[in-house]
Write a protein of this length. Structure first.
Length: 306
């Protein structure tokens, strides 16, 4: 398989977030990854200090032009995550539209990172751009509950609401939508997070059908950074390997997440010592150590078909 991904995300010198979180796992699973680093920081911003540079929209365009001049701008996938600049985001959309003209079967995986738990952590001016320009070119969308609510203008209180919100998102463009985390109550109690997915398949005869799934994810009592970026990358990989089986793709994605997070949590607690909260540095994802789990994840969750 020769499958090439253009990943436009943040880069950190130390640790795992953005491209650092996505590239290695994708490479392990056999993908060629071309990275454009939207920022280059010393480390993620959850530390006490961070320093670095931000790539401007024009600089992004210059890099893309270089790829184009050499006629190596053929991609099977584009992957994007956290962006906080409007002109940069609009430039990303322009690039994706051009790449889709060059390869109509290109799949754009978009994590519309805007906020969580009712709080936006990007400028509000990004919402209309996501809503009007980005979602319509996306093929796979991975919002959390809050982001899905922002994009559709609909609140989610029940599973029925969540299903309707995913349907609204399908109408906006993407054939695959995964709500990576919701506040919905789990059947297994408070220690589980509920994620939902919906995949629309168009059949050769022009009819379409939709598979809706629900998966409950064991919670871990710590704050990890870069897990959303890993989730989107793994969903890209596993939907590629299981194109019309969102259930299996999500089970493998969530299982990879579980193994990486458990290994990280165990290590961080050990490093911090009894009764002490691990530091951001100790909680950096144990990515390299999880290589075997990324390649062949032991399936630890079962998704239910709704």
């Amino acid at each position: 398989m020769e499958c090439r991904v253009l990943s436009i995300q943040s880069h950190v010198v130390r640790g795992y977030v953005g491209n650092k979180s996505a590239t290695f796992p994708l490479q392990v699973l056999g993908f060629e990854v071309d990275s454009i680093n939207s920022v280059q920081f010393s480390n993620h911003t959850g530390y006490a200090h961070w320093k670095g540079q931000v790539l401007a929209a024009e600089e992004l365009n210059v890099l893309y032009e270089g790829i184009k001049l050499n006629n190596v701008n053929h991609y099977d996938y584009v992957l994007t995550g956290y962006t906080r600049d409007t002109s940069f985001l609009e430039m990303v959309v322009d690039i994706i539209q051009e790449l889709k003209k060059a390869n109509p079967s290109l799949v754009y995986v978009c994590d519309p990172v805007m906020g969580d738990q009712g709080t936006m952590y990007v400028p509000e001016v990004l919402l209309p751009i996501y809503r009007e320009k980005v979602v319509s070119v996306a093929d796979i969308l991975t919002p959390n509950q809050f982001e899905a609510e922002l994009l559709t203008g609909r609140k989610i209180h029940t599973q029925k609401d969540a299903v309707e919100v995913m349907d609204l998102l399908h109408q906006m463009g993407p054939d695959t939508v995964v709500l990576t985390s919701t506040d919905l109550t789990s059947h297994h109690g408070d220690h589980f997070l509920v994620a939902l997915g919906s995949q629309k398949t168009v059949h050769p005869d022009g009819t379409s059908s939709t598979q809706k799934i629900c998966v409950e994810i064991p919670k871990v009592d710590a704050v990890f950074v870069g897990t959303g970026d890993l989730f989107a990358a793994m969903l890209l990989a596993w939907t590629h390997h299981h194109p019309n089986d969102l259930k299996t793709a999500c089970e493998k994605t969530v299982s990879v997440m579980h193994h990486v997070i458990q290994r990280t949590f165990t290590y961080a607690k050990e490093m911090a010592g009894p009764g002490r909260r691990p530091s951001p540095a100790q909680l950096e994802l144990r990515m390299v150590q999880s290589k075997a789990d990324i390649e062949k994840p032991d399936i630890v969750v079962e998704a239910t078909i709704l």
